[in-house]
Every structure is written in C-alpha cells, then in structure tokens.
Design a protein around this ligand. Structure first.
Ligand code: WTA
Length: 659
C-alpha cells in the first residue's frame, strides 16, 4: 500500500478493539503471552508448551540447535509423525466428527469425511504408495485440484515418510514438469478432470503432457482420482485411485520420523527463472502450524473453519491441512469459483454449512466489493465470528467493507503476513488481544522477533521505509532450498548476515510498533495474491519466436492488487502485430499457467537502458502505472521513454504496438 493510499483513507487511524463478546469466549485472554514468549526464560517454554500438546513417539532433547547457522534444527532428537497427529490422535474423542466438509462446484454436491473416514482413506492410500515402492524420503508429486483426495494423498505421504511436492492444479504442464524434474519425483498423483467455472478442466491430459517435457525425472506411475468422469487416455503407467485402494488394508503403521526429516517441498518463485524448492521439515513445521492455527483463529471444538486458498499454495498446506487437522478441527473445502453458478456462492456455502471462521485474500474481497452487496442479501452470515486475510496487503477500504458486510461489524479480522518460507503466520493479530488497525498486519506473533531495517542494518525509525527482517529463528521456518543450500544462504541469510532472515519485503513500523507491509523488493510479484516471478515470465517470453528482448513489470490493479505488463522488442526486421502479441500471451499460459496472463503486452523497438545496457525496469513500471517517470539522465536512449509513455497512455489492455 502506498503512503498516499494510507493517508487518503480517513479511517486509517481508526482502531478496532476486540469486541467484549469475542474476548469473553476466547482461548487466549492474558496479554502477558507476548512478554512471556519474547523473554529469555520464556521463549523456549512458549514453543515447547505447544509441542507438548502433540503426541511424540520419542520426546525431543533440545528445543533448538544453533551449531551450524543458518541451518537451524528444532526439537532435536524428537520423533513424531504428522499424519498420526492430524488423524489418529483425535480418534478417541472425535471419531465421528467431520474432519472435511467438501463442497463441489456443481450445486448440491457435498462429501463429508469424519476423522474415522480420513483415517481409513489415508491409511489405505498410504499402503498403495508403499506397494508401489514409495519409501521414506522418496518424492511424490501431487497435481490435484481442491478435492478430498488432495489432503488424503498429502497425509498418506506424511504417514510413510514420503516427501510430497504439491503443484497448484492451475499451473501448466511445463511448470509441472520443471517441478517434477527438480524434485525427481517417481509417482505423480492427479485426477481425470475437475470443475472450474462450470467447465471440466482436463487435468489428466495436462499431466500426460507434462511427462513429455521431463528431462531428468522418471515417473513410474500416475495415480488418477476419478472426479469429473471425463474421458481420459490411459497407458500402462496409469492406475485408477479407486481401483488401487479397493483391496488395500486400512491399517498402516506410521513411520517414526525424526523431527528434522523432510516433510514436504513446495516450489515458489525466486529471483531467477528457476523456481526454488522450499523445504519444510516434520517437527518444527507441525508445531508451528498447530500453534498458530490454534491461537490466531481461536479454534473451538464446534467451529466450521473455511480457508478459501488452494491447497497447492502454502496457505492451503498450513491453514487448510496441517494446522486445522492437527487441532482436530472441521475444515470446509470448496472445489470451484466464487461466481459459479452465481455471485452469491460463497455466502450460500457459509449459510449452508454454518461456517464460523472465514479466511480469504484481499483480491477476493475487492472482487466481492465490486460485485456489490446485493449478492449478500439472501444469505444469513451470522454464524461467522472471525475473519482473516492473507497473501497481500489489504487496503483499508476493503478491510472496512469486509468487516461491515461480511463480518456484520463485529468480527475481528486477522490480517496475517507470512511467506512460503516462514511456514505459517509471522505478523498477525491475536484476535482477542490485539487492537486492529485496518491495513496493518499489526504485530509479530508471540515468540517471533520481527524488525524493519534500513540499508545499514539498523532498525528504522517510525514511518521510515525499510526491509522486513526476522531476528531469531522460529520452528516453522524453511530449513533449506532443495538441493541448493547455497542459494538458501544467499537469498535469506546474506543481506544482513547469517543471523538475520531477509524477507524480501519492504515495510514500515508506526509509532505504536505496528507493521505496515509495502510489498516485494525483489523480482517476485504478487498478482491476485499469487506469487510469481518476473524472471520466470521473462524467460517464457524470450522463448517465443522472433522475440529479442523482454521486460516484465507490474502496475496497480483495482482487484488483483497488481497486474502484469510486458514490454517486448522483436528481432531486427520483424514487424510485431496483434498475432505476435497473442503468441506471447499463449506461450506464457503454456509455460506457467493462466494466473500469469498479462494485462498488457507492449511491443517496442527499444527498451530504456542505462549506458551499460541494463534495462531500467523502474521507468517501465512508472510508464505502465502512469506515474511520475523521474530522472532520465542515466539513460542511453531517453527518446524511447516518450514514445512508450504516449502509447501506453492510449492503450488500456491487450496488445499495443508502440511508436
Ligand atoms: C505478501 C503467502 C501484506 C508478502 C502466505 C510476502 C502479504 C508474500 C501478506 C509471500 C499480508 C503475504 N500483508 N503482504 N497479510 N501476506 N504477503 O510465499 O509480500 O505466496 O512476502 O506466501 O506475500 O507470498 P507467499
């Protein structure tokens, strides 16, 4: 959020205090939790108390090992199984409680899995994986949409110690192939198809296509869940999920995992074209997911908890699967789009299932705002008691709209800042204890040490812009980048030395110590809350025939927060036209997926460059955003700026040929 945006909004200063009714029933009521968790004597105890709620096969000997930083270890010597803690641990008291309530996109379609059902399905599937030769440490790629088979497959991997790499179902075949290759997965789990906006997406065909692009990995089997009953082509490698589980035993002993064994890999975009394989381990991640879910969402036995993220992203891993299930909660999972078959679909689902906690992204809230309140009128949302926001800064206007219209003016909103790398929320209110300032993620979670540093590594003064850092390790943090420990050190632990985690975000603190996140400072971008990399998109554009150079920037977008703008120079002698623009767009969709579709493609004979030939992305961003362009004195070719500026001013979206 820019300063102007913050200033221009009159309600920016208005604080929202937790309503008495909420506080009275809250799990956490003692504000001393903050000081205890950050005190020298209390820090380890704070985390260890949460860890003690879980069931360990062998208790840990030491909370943290700092002998080889930044390769930290937590719960050293402990042995634990994630699947056991998310399922078996609850059977005695919650056997018949709904673990997953699933709502398909076609109306009326619902599936409910109790904890006993989940136990049976996970164990059966875990035995299938074992019978196919999957063992501890082996990687399993999962390319599934939002159907119950996705958490079942993840928990089955965790049960036998296999490492899952879930790839967002909306990623393209090529993006899937790159991730399978890097992880060297040997099994791929997908489905025939699924529903999205009333259409069936042919997921199996996309999975098959991915196999053709593999360079290093070899997939032994594809396990295909039946969802949409669309026609699929089957080869000998392919197995139907429902057939292989049929005779599989529902007893599957759990693997005794070391706390620091690998739990999963999740790929996220970085500063080069190649996605980074963020590694999370078993013990620390689970404790972190458990602790943050329990406290931030004030979870209770009767809650119906709905996080609208896709499990293919970290938010879904932590706050749909591992956090809520380790707490024995009931989660709601929805397969489809918010406007299918009508724009009141989310509210209808909240009413239908009596959802009490609702956690979504600012992009979605802005979309609902644009659609208007009329879609809310027919639904009773009074079951809601707590709202959440994640993935990008929420503008105060959207915050108040969410608060008043969805929350009926009395639900706290937990605006949670975190990253794929942090494993769970790091800056967030505790809904019963932290007064809220709309637009700010407020304060660090207890036991976490966050600051904003200037270039020199000193804490900034209130109101000064700087870089968001974390000054002490925490159990949920990533442990390394898969097969690339050097990149782990250079990306996160070099800017301010090996003891300070560099987040890649710019932020400010205010006079009250509240944190206001501004956004990314590296090549990662956030489009509709999805994290993408400008470099990854640029390398895709460079693969298009007759493209000489490309530069990818973003400009502000009313709903998506940011939108992608691409500047392309064609090769000498090539005349760019609408057709070539379409090719660029199509290729990006093939290389990455529809989420990376640009809002604008600008063809130009030249890009603004410094005398040493570096593309000035700052200027391209200003042109795209229609901002002040600023100083051009370092440019080798300042004349191109005016041409570009005039053309972009004329065009709105689509393809523009500048000049
Ligand atoms: C941004 C998503 C402001 C931030 C969980 C971060 C946020 C990036 C917020 C990580 C928030 C996430 N307010 N910005 N509440 N939450 N971000 O890895 O720029 O997909 O670095 O993890 O999202 O995105 P990622």
């Amino acid at each position: 959020m820019s300063d102007d945006e913050i200033k221009s909004f009159p309600e920016k200063k208005r604080m929202f205090y937790p309503p008495r009714k909420f506080v009275e029933q809250a799990n956490l009521r003692d504000p001393s939790v903050y000081s205890r968790a950050t005190s020298e004597e209390g820090w380890e105890i704070f985390w260890e108390d949460f860890a003690k709620d879980l069931e360990w096969i062998v208790p840990w000997e030491k909370f943290i090992d700092t002998s080889n930083i930044p390769f930290y270890k937590f719960f050293v010597g402990g042995r634990i199984n994630v699947s056991y803690n998310c399922i078996d641990r609850h059977l005695e008291t919650k056997r018949n409680k709904a673990a997953i309530i699933w709502e398909g996109e076609p109306e009326g379609e619902t599936r409910v899995l109790t904890y006993q059902d989940l136990y049976r399905e996970v164990s059966k599937f875990a035995n299938v994986l074992k019978s196919l030769g999957v063992g501890k440490g082996d990687r399993v790629a999962i390319y599934l949409p939002m159907i119950p088979e996705l958490p079942i497959a993840m928990l089955a991997c965790a049960r036998i110690g296999a490492v899952h790499s879930v790839v967002f179902a909306g990623f393209s075949s090529q993006a899937l192939a790159a991730r399978i290759d890097d992880a060297k997965a040997k099994i791929l789990i997908t489905c025939d198809g699924y529903y999205r906006r009333g259409k069936i997406i042919d997921q199996k065909a996309r999975a098959d296509e991915a196999l053709k692009h593999l360079k290093e990995a070899e997939i032994d089997h594809i396990i295909v869940a039946k969802r949409a009953e669309n026609e699929v082509v089957f080869s000998e490698k392919d197995l139907w999920w429902h057939e292989v589980v049929m005779d599989s035993s529902q007893k599957c002993t759990v693997e005794k995992m070391d706390a620091e064994d690998m739990h999963f890999i999740i790929y996220t975009s970085g500063t080069t074209g190649k996605p980074k394989g963020v590694v999370h381990t078993v013990g620390g991640y689970l404790v972190y997911a458990y602790a943050t879910t329990k406290t931030i969402f004030d979870l209770k036995e009767n809650d119906i908890y709905w996080c609208t993220a896709d499990i293919g992203w970290i938010t879904g891993h932590t706050y749909i699967v591992y956090g809520p299930l380790s707490n024995g909660a009931t989660i709601l999972m929805y397969e489809g789009a918010p406007d299918t078959p009508h724009k009141g679909r989310f509210w209808e689902i909240i009413e239908k299932h009596h959802v009490t906690i609702f956690y979504t992204a600012p992009t979605a809230i802005r979309l609902f705002m644009k659609w208007g309140e009329k879609y809310l009128e027919n639904y009773d949302l009074k079951s809601l008691r707590l709202l959440g926001s994640v993935g990008e800064p929420i503008n105060p206007e959207a915050w108040w709209w969410y608060h008043n219209n969805i929350g009926g003016g009395n639900c706290p909103i937990v605006d949670t800042w975190w990253q794929t790398e942090t494993g769970g929320a790091v800056i967030t209110p505790l809904p019963s204890l932290t007064p809220l300032k709309p637009g700010s993620a407020t304060k660090p979670f207890p036991g976490i040490f966050v600051d904003v540093f200037n270039e020199k590594g000193e804490p900034t003064k209130p109101g000064e812009r700087g870089y968001l850092v974390i000054k002490r390790p925490w159990p949920g943090m990533l442990r390394t980048l898969f097969k690339d420990p050097e990149r782990y050190v250079s990306t996160y632990w070099s800017r301010y030395g090996k003891e300070i985690y560099f987040s890649g975000d710019a932020a400010k603190k205010d006079e009250d110590g509240y944190i206001w996140v501004i956004g990314r400072v590296d090549d990662a971008i956030k489009v509709a809350g999805h994290r993408l990399s400008t470099m990854e998109i640029e390398s895709a554009v460079l693969e298009v025939k007759n493209v000489a150079e490309a530069a990818v920037v973003t400009r502000p977008h009313e709903i998506k927060g940011n939108e992608i703008v691409i500047y392309v120079t064609p090769k000498e002698g090539v005349e760019a036209d609408e057709e070539m623009g379409k090719k660029v767009i199509l290729h990006i969709r093939e290389a990455i997926g529809a989420i990376a579709t640009p809002g604008l493609v600008v063809f130009t004979s030249d890009l603004p460059k410094t005398r040493s030939g570096k593309i000035m992305r700052r200027i391209l961003r200003a042109i795209a955003s229609k901002d002040e362009i600023g100083d051009l004195s370092t440019l080798a070719n300042p004349e191109i700026v005016e041409t570009l500026d005039n053309s972009v001013k004329r065009g709105v979206s689509g393809v523009i040929i500048a000049g």
